[in-house]
Design a protein around this ligand. Structure first.
Ligand code: SF4
Length: 305
């Protein structure tokens, strides 16, 4: 996907720390509004409604300016997720360094910091990440839902899969906990076993999350499937129009079996904080995201399957 020309704004905000209702709980921290990575399935595109933006998602970026975080230690032990509705390491971070500034401000907080990205720009800050890791619990997560660069390129304007995996390895080798976030899992396209094999020696956690097509992007994705994968149209119709659950229920079962075969823990909606023996990442099941939202990573779902 080609990177669109980005309309840039600067905005003042009272605080960069926002209470979160994601499954992880704690705080969501987004140093920017908007995201040049422009993923076609981006759940964050709903942000436009709250920010007055009418431009297509992926074509604008607001650079936030916030008063310096005072008393960062009040976030000790709290989950702080950087990049829930933007990518803090989008290409404009190279110029504006908002995420770097944020990490400087939080590095002594003792927080439980998770950075979510699809970029290798994170390597620019490797020395800073090591410092953060000394006083905080730090985890860096890369989203990888395919090993096929062509499909990746159809879906986003972020770094290549190889760049993401190579950055993951460098951060892992630097002693920092990493996550391979297999998300969103596209039925019939995402091969979780192949991604597991590729990433298992360089991550502590594998997160699994299903593709959710409740957003305004549903028509676009359905059209894409019809054009590029017509053989999958009945499957997508059954899952996304008829609300059939068996595909993801089977996939959950296969993921659990894969975990058993590989000597990995398999957990539901929780993020244990151990480092694991190389090659045995803990697999965390976030399928049916809507059932775990706001559950504070408790290992519980809000409804029974
Ligand atoms: S990287 Fe994340 S926030 Fe950015 S467009 Fe993609 S899904 Fe949305």
């Amino acid at each position: 996907m080609e990177t669109a020309e980005i309309k840039l704004n600067h905005i003042e905000t009272k605080s960069v720390m926002t209470k979160s209702n994601t499954p992880l709980g704690g705080y969501s921290v987004n140093p920017y509004v908007g995201c040049p990575h422009a993923c076609r399935y981006c759940y964050a595109s709903f942000m436009k409604r709250f920010t007055g933006h009418t431009e297509p998602w992926g074509t604008f970026l607001d650079v936030k300016h916030w008063p310096a975080i005072k008393d960062a230690k009040k976030y000790a032990g709290q989950k702080i997720v950087i990049g829930t509705v933007t990518d803090g390491y989008n290409p404009l971070e190279e110029t504006y360094e908002n995420t770097r500034r944020l990490l400087e401000e939080l590095k002594d907080s003792g927080g439980d910091i998770v950075i979510c990205t699809k970029s290798d720009l994170v390597l620019r800050d490797l020395d800073l990440l090591k410092e953060v890791n000394e006083k905080c619990q730090l985890t860096v997560s890369w989203s990888v839902n395919t090993l096929d660069e062509e499909f990746r390129n159809d879906m986003d304007a972020a770094a290549s899969i190889e760049c993401r995996l190579s950055a993951m390895k460098k951060v892992y080798d630097a002693g920092i906990r990493t996550i391979c976030f297999i998300s969103p899992v596209f039925p019939g396209i995402t091969d979780i076993e192949a991604i597991f094999e590729r990433a298992k020696d360089q991550c502590d956690l594998i997160w699994l999350e299903n593709l959710n097509l409740r957003g305004g992007f549903k028509a676009d994705i359905m059209n894409y499937i019809a054009e590029k994968h017509p053989e999958l149209v009945p499957l997508y119709d059954s899952i996304y129009n008829k609300k059939e659950r068996s595909y993801f229920e089977n996939l959950e079962r296969k993921a659990r079996e894969m975990a058993e075969r590989n000597g990995c823990r398999f957990v539901d909606n929780e993020t244990p904080y151990e480092r694991v023996e190389k090659g045995h990442p803990t697999i965390v099941d976030y399928f049916y995201h809507e059932e775990v939202r706001g559950t504070q990573n408790s290992g519980q779902r809000r409804t029974n399957k």
